[in-house]
Design a protein. Structure first.
Length: 132
């Protein structure tokens, strides 16, 4: 059975992967789990992102995006508004939400899906800061 490197990677040597945004109403903290995965091609994968605050904005949209960054490339938008696939993203990728818990699911994982996955909120400014 062929394996490839974990599809989630962080520069942190330990602890929890955090995305922190400072806003006028306090900091939104996104906690992404698991820190790493090793998955065989053809198998499913799931990544979770929990927010300390509601990301629900105008028109009922949830301002949570998922990105994939491959080595040497800029991050690519996969999912926007928590559940909408970006143009050109295969339908094996999907996003879901339950309250302030968000999930990215990949069915039938392919080797080309390896990389670093980020959840990012854009309901508050300034832009997200990713801490090591």
């Amino acid at each position: 059975m062929e394996h490839f490197p974990g599809i989630i990677q962080t520069k942190a040597s330990c602890g929890i992967f955090h995305t922190i945004v400072l806003g006028s109403s306090g900091a939104i903290v996104l906690t992404q789990t698991p820190l790493s995965l090793s998955v065989s091609p053809g198998e499913p994968a799931s990544i979770s992102c929990r927010s300390t605050q509601s990301l629900r904005g105008s028109y009922g949209k949830n301002y949570l995006n998922w990105y994939l960054q491959k080595p040497g490339q800029s991050p690519k938008l996969l999912i926007y508004w928590a559940t909408n696939r970006a143009s050109g993203v295969p339908d094996r990728f999907s996003g879901s939400r339950s309250g302030t818990d968000f999930t990215l699911k990949i069915i039938r994982l392919e080797a080309e899906d390896a990389g670093v996955y980020y959840c990012l909120q854009d309901i508050q400014s300034p832009p997200t800061v990713i801490l090591p």
